[in-house]
Write a protein that binds this ligand. Structure first.
Ligand SMILES: Cc1cc2nc3c(=O)[nH]c(=O)nc-3n(C[C@H](O)[C@H](O)[C@H](O)COP(=O)(O)O)c2cc1C
Length: 257
């Protein structure tokens, strides 16, 4: 009896050990693939926000065709180099966890509830055949109802008209706030205007924007049953297009063109 208990325990232990080893090796072995897949998903969202994603083509090849620049949020300047940071590997979200690379957003300015803003961000540029900027793709993020929503918005070359919007990570509820991913809702964005007289006016409203409304270009239909997520999207637009975000950079680009 005793012997059979020991045997049973030994067999269970060996099975557990073997299984745990298999799971750990799989987890470690697949980690790089998972990281690469996650990166690829994000690259697809960047390309989709810029309305240039071609599912028939290799993602990395398409992504490598984009020009990437650092943005110094303190000065609004775009640069190809910043200290020892690499444009390929620099992760601006990770930078928000490092007090040397980020700044605490003062409470009265933290409309998107991001708490820390990276000092250096990244922007993606699409150029036309003459080398002029045709679109800019800008990272945005802000709190929804359940957590931070991370995405990209792209602008046409007037640096005011929206070309597209995409979210690559959020915790909103499927069927409610997660409708930020609904292609029909995302299709409402192209053509909308961010600024009117230098003020950020674009908002996700409650209900439906009417095309005969004189402010139609500044209004996106609300997500039904998800007023709080909708407000979160409005807040992130307001924050990232303010002076804490991209407005200084956009004004300087505007003066150049
Ligand atoms: C389980 C559950 C999940 C919800 N998820 C969301 C959500 O993801 N986004 C959101 O804005 N509201 C969500 N809500 C609803 C909010 O609590 C709130 O009622 C809603 O934002 C009000 O929107 P309305 O004025 O359009 O009805 C959820 C409610 C429940 C009960």
């Amino acid at each position: 009896m005793n012997e059979s208990v020991i045997k049973t325990l030994t067999v269970s232990f060996v099975i557990c050990l073997v299984c745990s080893l298999v799971v750990s090796f799989a987890a470690v072995g697949l980690r790089d693939i998972q990281i690469e897949n996650k990166l690829n998903d994000q690259r697809i969202k960047i390309l989709q926000a810029g309305k240039i994603y071609n599912p028939e083509m290799d993602v990395k090849t398409q992504f490598d065709g984009l020009e990437v620049k650092f943005i110094n949020f303190k000065t609004g300047k775009l640069t190809s180099e910043f200290n020892n940071l690499s444009l390929d590997t620099y992760d601006q979200i990770l930078a928000t966890k490092d007090t040397d690379l980020s700044s605490k957003v003062p409470q009265d300015k933290d409309i998107a509830i991001i708490k820390n803003r990276e000092n250096i961000g990244k922007v993606y540029i699409i150029r036309d055949s003459l080398g002029e900027i045709s679109k800019l793709i800008l990272p945005i993020r802000g709190f929804g109802l359940w957590g931070t929503m991370y995405g990209y918005i792209s602008l046409e070359n007037d640096f005011n008209t929206v070309a597209g919007i995409e979210f690559y990570q959020h915790k909103e509820t499927p069927g409610l706030g997660a409708e930020v991913d609904n292609p029909k809702w995302k299709a409402l964005w192209p053509g909308k205007q961010i600024y009117q007289n230098n003020e950020v006016v674009l908002k996700v409203i409650k209900g439906k924007a009417e095309s005969d409304d004189s402010m139609y270009a500044y209004k996106v239909d609300g997500l039904s049953g998800a007023t709080l997520t909708s407000r979160g999207v409005s807040n992130m637009i307001e924050y990232w297009f303010s002076e804490s975000g991209y407005s200084t950079m956009l004004k300087e680009l505007d003066y150049e063109s």
